[in-house]
Design a binder for this molecule. Structure first.
Ligand code: COI
Length: 360
């Protein structure tokens, strides 16, 4: 191993305070965090420390100009309690694609994965055992030069924090197709997991929530015609027996790892799948013809979230009820089964957490 990770263990674990039968999403954090700094062109001082607030210079560039990216991934346990990661290399690679787009340095895959394995291994008791729950893992990087001129930063901090989570959406979600604001346009940063993509969605999301919808269904940034994604997840439709999801070639849609997994799984499960441009008009027409059978979102946090309603302009499309949501339910159960070690992993997606002794 090229990187030696210095480990400082907490002297007082907080795990006994956690009610594993009642875990909210994103509010609990496990005992340790991973940190490394990028200074003078190299990653230095990789370490695992007790999870705690840290100080930051008010002029830190990341606070001002948004060179901030993140990932979302999950660890789970088998029925025997063995900790697993789901496609960690894919997340490391996507993190570095986001970094490249935001003109930030790549985190060497070896460092990303080594930090991840050691951190999750140390906090493995924080992984909730219940199927559908998981240890959510949040790697992130931000520009940390103490300078308020606009330039590409030279100093960065890369961190990984984790925390136990239950389902992101506890019930089916309603979507409002957005006809005023956009999430991403060609040439922009839609494909990157850049913090600003999420910040820019706050106002339209709040407007949608004020109207009674959970999330936005984003349409393309030029004509408001083609469906993109939901912001917290990619989107799939079942139209006349075919599963359709928007293609990602134009760089406006996050290349979801759950999305990719579903695209590989569905044909093997006997479903016909298409990855192509999909217009909101096609969805409306299918709804009127009675061929809009299902809609579900897919993402790391959400896994698979059924959609029960989509509003577009004056039309509110109610989707078929739970017993008909067969495709979404099938892939959700498959992915959760893989993560629980109940379904054999034939694709090499499930990676056991390396439990070797950590250096300290
Ligand atoms: C994820 O699915 O991991 C995400 O990053 C989406 C959201 C929680 C921001």
């Amino acid at each position: 191993m090229k990187y030696t990770i210095k480990v400082t263990r907490t002297t007082k674990s907080r795990i006994s305070d956690v009610d594993f039968d009642n875990i909210p999403f994103g509010r609990l954090f496990s005992d340790h965090m991973f940190i490394a700094e990028y200074i003078n062109g190299e990653w230095v001082n990789p370490r695992i420390e007790p999870f705690a607030p840290f100080s930051i210079n008010p002029a830190s560039m990341g606070l001002h100009y948004g060179q901030n990216i993140f990932e979302g991934m999950k660890a789970s346990v088998t029925q025997d309690g063995d900790p697993l990661l789901f496609r960690p290399e894919m997340h490391a690679r996507r993190f570095n694609r986001s970094a490249a787009r935001m003109c930030m340095p790549a985190v060497p895959e070896e460092l990303f994965l080594e930090g991840l394995h050691q951190l999750v291994g140390m906090d493995k008791n924080w992984i909730p055992p219940r199927e559908g729950s998981a240890l959510y893992i949040r790697p992130f990087m931000f520009a940390n030069d103490e300078f308020i001129g606009v330039k590409t930063a030279q100093v960065y901090k890369f961190m990984i924090i984790t925390g136990p989570v239950g389902p992101y959406y506890a019930r089916p979600v309603s979507l409002l197709a957005e006809s005023q604001y956009i999430r991403a346009a060609r040439g922009g940063v839609g494909e990157a997991k850049a913090a600003g993509n999420y910040g820019a969605a706050m106002l339209p999301s709040k407007n949608a929530q004020d109207k009674g919808y959970d999330q936005i269904l984003w349409l393309d940034g030029r004509d408001f015609k083609f469906v993109q994604e939901v912001g917290t997840m990619n989107i799939f439709f079942v139209i006349d027996g075919v599963v359709v999801t928007p293609s990602t070639e134009d760089g406006t849609i996050l290349r979801g790892i759950t999305r990719d997994s579903i695209l590989q799984l569905l044909p093997e499960m006997g479903y016909k799948v298409q990855e192509r441009p999909l217009s909101i008009d096609e969805i409306v027409n299918a709804y009127h013809k009675g061929t809009l059978q299902e809609c579900f979102g897919a993402g790391t946090a959400a896994v698979v979230a059924h959609v029960d309603k989509i509003a577009y302009k004056d039309l509110v499309m109610e989707l078929p009820k739970m017993e008909d949501r067969k495709v979404g339910e099938a892939v959700k159960n498959y992915i959760n089964g893989l993560r629980a070690g109940k379904i054999e992993d034939t694709k090499g997606w499930i990676v056991p957490v390396k439990m070797e002794a950590t250096v300290g």
